[in-house]
Design a protein around this ligand. Structure first.
Ligand code: PFF
Length: 533
């Protein structure tokens, strides 16, 4: 519903779109979130719920998103509200589709901030490292890295970055500018061109770091048990008891969503720039498989193994519990310091890889709202970009200003990056399998498909995926909702974060309302009432 005369964008090549979706998927989640989650939730045993979620939820909803996106794109629609309005036949699906614009937009507020840390750390390693004294006790080394992290990210106090730590702010400006430049250049000339060289470079960086980690052997003769094999064992030895804990299943499903970029409104947008007979089935599977290679193959072998080899069991508990980012930004710098002559080079390569992984993800977060503003307000690409940039700058400034303890951004991550993903995934699968109809959906998916989806996936997508999702969602609410709400009631920073999310959501709803009027006036079938196959 964009003015197709002015903005009829398309992907250039099949590989390009696969790399773009894989680029969106491969991100901080693969290298930092996955190893931490797996190690904390049963090690090797985590892979059982993880693969169940991949096969029963991640891949099927991914296929649904690819198919619905391409279908909507044929009608000139490029965002979740318009596409779900047609597929889900009505205003309810359309307004729920707003979540598919809200999630990527709100996640971008903090994701680019963390992306800027990666750039900053890369720069730090290029210019001499972190100055960690490996002769000091491990606790002192970790304290030094933690201090650097805290100063750099402004965790200590609100407003630190605005007030003094100008470097972080400069790195953010560079990061944000690169993102907007790429998105503004467009689907094929900006995003596709960038991912086509960024993904291979990222893979090379990952291989170099992996080779270094796997050849570490037993670096400390005084501690022979701290070796690579035991490091792999720390991450992968299964603790099957964890399977009895619903938390393990929740963590696995949440990781699959976050990691595959499924349930965000991103794939539906990217797929809308396909042509009618472009394959979606094999492309969806290839993008997911690429993500799994980076996640399990690289993320799963590098981070924890390296940390264990140098720090040993005693220090791992703290490292894993330090959360997703504690592991990457405070534990790994200690590890790189122990690598001797090449430590700084490996550190630089690692953070360059993280930065590239993050940037190929963040560019996918801007495109959905850009397309949405164009189609709902009828604005030009330039004006829609201006509105989107203003919102993102506002949101990111709040995230950077309210930096104390990372509370503000992690509240957005909890609610938008976790809770709403379940909701949107549910809306998508119901629209696809029940309202549009799974048989019709499958016929649509197979137009131009290079492989066939196994027949039993009809049953999975109609019954198993929604049930699985509902159970996980209910367990999730039961486990977290009470404590999350209490935490919001007690902490003004969390209230502020929710107010920000609410404000953005309201704006998006108003745009949808305005869009409805325009689309109806133009005689468009926005409720999918007169759809023919
Ligand atoms: N999949 C990305 C990761 O694993 O880091 C995160 C992500 C990408 C989240 C795109 C949201 C999004 F819209």
């Amino acid at each position: 519903m964009t003015d197709s005369k002015h903005d009829d964008q398309r992907w250039g090549t099949r590989v390009g779109v696969i790399l773009a979706v894989a680029g969106s998927a491969v991100g901080l989640g693969n290298f930092l979130r996955f190893p931490g989650q797996a190690a904390a939730n049963g090690g090797g045993a985590f892979m059982i719920p993880y693969f169940c979620a991949l096969l029963l939820v991640g891949i099927p909803i991914g296929w649904a998103e690819w198919t619905m996106g391409r279908y909507g794109g044929r009608k000139g629609m490029h965002s979740a509200p318009t596409i779900l309005g047609v597929i889900g036949k009505g205003a309810a699906a359309r307004y729920l589709g707003v979540i598919g614009v809200l999630i990527p937009l709100a996640v971008s507020f903090y994701y680019t901030y963390i992306e800027a840390w990666c750039l900053g750390y890369f720069w730090q390693y290029l210019t001499g490292g972190m100055g960690i004294d490996v002769a000091a006790p491990v606790a002192d080394q970790t304290a030094r890295a933690a201090q650097f992290y805290s100063d750099f990210t402004g965790r200590g106090e609100n407003g630190v970055i605005a007030g003094g730590s100008i470097a972080t702010f400069v790195f953010w400006v560079i990061t944000f500018a690169v993102n907007i430049y790429l998105v503004y250049r467009g689907i094929s000339k900006g995003i596709e061109k960038f991912v086509t060289w960024a993904m291979p470079i990222m893979a090379i960086c990952a291989l170099i770091v992996l080779a270094r980690v796997l050849t570490l052997g037993t670096p400390d003769a005084a501690n022979p048990e701290q070796n690579v094999i035991n490091g792999l064992g720390y991450m992968w030895n299964p603790n099957f008891e964890a399977l009895a804990n619903p938390q393990t299943w929740l963590a696995a499903a949440g990781q699959i969503f976050f990691s595959l970029s499924v349930g965000f409104g991103v794939i539906i947008n990217y797929a809308s720039y396909l042509r009618k007979r472009d394959d979606v089935v094999l492309s969806g599977l290839t993008a997911s498989s690429t993500n799994e290679l980076f996640e399990v193959g690289f993320g799963g072998l590098i981070t924890i193994t390296a940390a264990f080899v140098f720090l040993g069991t005693a220090n791992m508990i703290g490292a894993v519990q330090g959360g997703t980012f504690g592991l990457g930004f405070t534990t790994l710098p200690v590890v790189f310091a122990h690598m001797g002559a090449f430590g700084n080079a490996i550190g630089a390569i690692f953070f360059l890889m993280l930065f590239l992984a993050a940037i190929t993800s963040s560019i996918s977060m801007y495109q959905p709202s850009l397309a949405f503003f164009q189609e709902s307000l009828g604005w030009s690409r330039k004006n829609a970009t201006t509105l989107m940039v203003s919102i993102c700058v506002g949101g990111s400034f709040l995230v950077m200003y309210f930096s104390r303890g990372g509370i503000f951004w992690s509240t957005i991550d909890d609610w938008v990056g976790t809770f709403f993903i379940f909701v949107l995934a549910m809306v998508q699968i119901i629209c696809f399998s029940w309202v549009f109809g799974v048989d019709r959906g499958m016929r649509e998916a197979h137009h131009g498909a290079l492989i066939e989806i196994p027949h039993f996936y009809r049953f999975i997508m109609k019954y198993v995926t929604p049930t699985y999702l509902l159970l996980v969602f209910l367990a999730f609410c039961w486990q977290n909702l009470g404590s999350w709400l209490r935490a919001v009631a007690e902490e003004p920073l969390r209230q502020g974060a929710l107010a920000l999310i609410g404000g953005v959501a309201l704006l998006l709803v108003i745009c949808t309302r305005l869009g409805e009027k325009r689309w109806r006036a133009a005689g468009l079938d926005i409720d999918g009432r007169h759809e023919a196959e």
